[in-house]
Design a protein. Structure first.
Length: 289
């Protein structure tokens, strides 16, 4: 009996030491971990307007720890819409956040990042209300002030504190109103999006305009679009190559270009159709695992 208890204790201790599935990540600062992200994570299906083939829950179960989603206003409430709610409406933000909350409840050793876009310049209080209503705000990390890259907590510290969700808004964040919804461009720069060149020949800073990128984490938009008579749609047929770990136009190739440009690897790499290709081999390589 005593032996069984000791074995159970040791197993529990080992399991608790896992951070995003790997003990080696536990001691790393959040700003020193690379994550593959799901671009337009809410737009799921087989239509040209869709960016993912699997549900948000399946994305998380599959290993995604960075979710990005578009929001727009519909009848005064936040809705997950692709460019406009006429083109694609994936439901309410509250429903989406509730799905994420349910998953986080069941996965206590996972640190998750959420980046929302604010296409209609909605007041940040609406995002705060959606977070509170869904219950996801209970997991949100609130920094004591503006953080330098070296000031971020480790993954283990976030897990231990129960603040395992780091949330950003591209425009309209106000930490005086909602302290845990952080201004994306106070912490990140992004490379260009809507890329149609399958070689991904650049890792230049695209946003925020006028920034040097110094002191900011890096988001690489590594999803390929197809230009059909001036209309851009996700290039699903090329996704296995785009999402490969190595080779021309791969995640690894663009990450190497970023390293040459910036002297460091990307913190986040956003992809479409994440299950096509080999995104997690690329993620492990970026993390030196």
């Amino acid at each position: 009996m005593l032996l069984n208890i000791l074995i159970s204790f040791l197993f529990w201790g080992f399991a608790a030491a896992q951070c995003n599935g790997n003990t080696a990540l536990c001691s790393r600062k959040y700003s020193n971990v690379s994550f593959i992200g799901s671009h337009d994570s809410a737009f799921v299906g087989i239509l040209p307007t869709d960016n993912q083939l699997l549900s948000v829950t399946d994305q998380l179960n599959g290993g995604i720890r960075f979710l990005q989603a578009q929001t727009h206003l519909k009848d005064g409430a936040l809705e997950l819409c692709h460019t406009s709610c006429i083109e694609k409406d994936a439901g309410t933000l509250i429903s989406y956040l509730t799905t994420v909350k349910t998953w986080m409840d069941a996965n206590p050793n996972e640190v998750l990042t959420l980046l929302l876009t604010n296409g209609d310049s909605a007041d940040v209080s609406l995002f705060g209300t959606a977070m509170t209503t869904s219950g996801l705000s209970t997991y949100a990390y609130t920094p004591s002030g503006q953080l330098a890259m070296s000031d971020w907590p480790t993954l283990q510290e976030l897990i231990t504190a129960g603040t395992r969700l780091v949330m950003f808004l591209d425009y309209g964040a106000n930490t005086a109103t909602v302290p845990y919804i952080l201004n994306e461009f106070a912490y990140f720069f992004e490379t260009a999006y809507d890329v149609t060149d399958k070689t991904f020949p650049s890792c230049a800073l695209d946003r925020p305009s006028g920034s040097s990128g110094s002191g900011l984490m890096m988001i690489v938009n590594h999803f390929l679009d197809l230009d059909i008579l001036g209309i851009l749609i996700p290039d699903e047929l090329a996704a296995s190559t785009t999402n490969a770990a190595t080779g021309t136009g791969s995640i690894g190739a663009q990450a190497s270009l970023c390293y040459s440009t910036w002297g460091r690897v990307p913190n986040f790499v956003l992809v479409d159709f994440f299950e096509l290709g080999d995104v997690f081999t690329a993620q492990d390589t970026l993390n030196g695992l």
